[in-house]
Design a protein around this ligand. Structure first.
Ligand code: ADP
Ligand code: ADP
Length: 209
């Protein structure tokens, strides 16, 4: 079942076309990468999924709640990890982080730490946890790898994959680093200048030049 279905999406900013007929699906329990250089239209696509940006034409359908983990983490640095998590639950009115601790056990020992005192990878995990507080069916993660060591990214990706398998949460990873995204995901879309220029299983895309 498709949790995200985008068809022939066109988005314009004034006279500039940011997305020019993009189609994409993410299935339940699927982990899909959206890769492409700066300015390709990745943020615009995510903004269209969350309803922040209105299509000029085409359709966008998200089955269930979408949670977006923005680039740069954007935690409240002076609040504890647990308080940051609780703030993520305001919309779903689920203030109890117990379930998130089950999904991301590494957060338990960090719960009383000031978010600003954590490493980049730890902060990124808190950001994912905060998004999970909304109990999303779909989670879109911006630049998971930004500024992080490959081993840290691999650890985060394992958590996402477990979530994906355990709960059927659909994951869309938005990455500039295509090689990394291909390693983490099963399927990928490559965006360039507002168009999908390649798509398919990551194993195949990783082999193509
Ligand atoms: P990416 O996330 O891949 O870097 P974006 O979706 O941010 O790409 O941008 C796609 C294109 O749309 C770029 O040319 C960018 O300059 C332009 N763009 C993005 N947001 C706006 C905006 N609010 N107003 C005008 N142009 C925008
Ligand atoms: P990203 O690389 O993740 O897309 P950007 O720095 O390009 O991040 O964009 C950050 C914000 O600025 C986004 O909300 C985007 O819509 C907006 N933006 C991007 N390009 C332009 C632009 N050319 N004119 C106006 N706003 C823009």
């Amino acid at each position: 079942m498709s949790m995200v279905r985008v068809r022939d999406l066109v988005v314009r900013y004034g006279s500039a076309t940011a997305l020019d007929g993009v189609s994409l699906t993410v299935g339940s329990g699927e982990m899909v990468a959206l890769v492409g250089p700066n300015g390709a239209g990745k943020s615009t696509l995510v903004n269209a999924l969350s309803g922040v940006v209105r299509p000029a034409s085409g359709t966008v359908r998200v089955a269930g709640r979408l949670a977006h983990v923005p680039e740069g983490r954007r935690l409240f640095p002076d609040l504890t990890v647990e308080d940051n998590l609780r703030l993520g639950g305001w919309r779903s009115r689920s203030r109890d982080p117990a379930e998130v601790y089950e999904l991301l056990p590494a957060l338990v020992r960090l719960r009383s730490r000031r978010a600003g005192s954590l490493s980049g990878g730890e902060q990124q995990m808190v950001a994912v946890g905060r998004a999970l507080m909304a109990r999303p069916e779909v989670i879109a993660v911006d630049e998971l790898s930004l500024g992080l060591a490959p081993m840290v990214v691999a650890g985060l990706a394992r958590h996402l994959a477990a979530l994906n398998a355990g709960r059927g949460t659909a994951v869309l990873l938005i990455e500039q680093n295509a090689r990394l995204a291909f390693r983490l995901c099963s399927r990928a879309y490559v965006l360039e200048a507002g168009r999908v220029v390649a798509e398919g299983p990551c194993a195949e895309l990783a082999r193509s030049p």
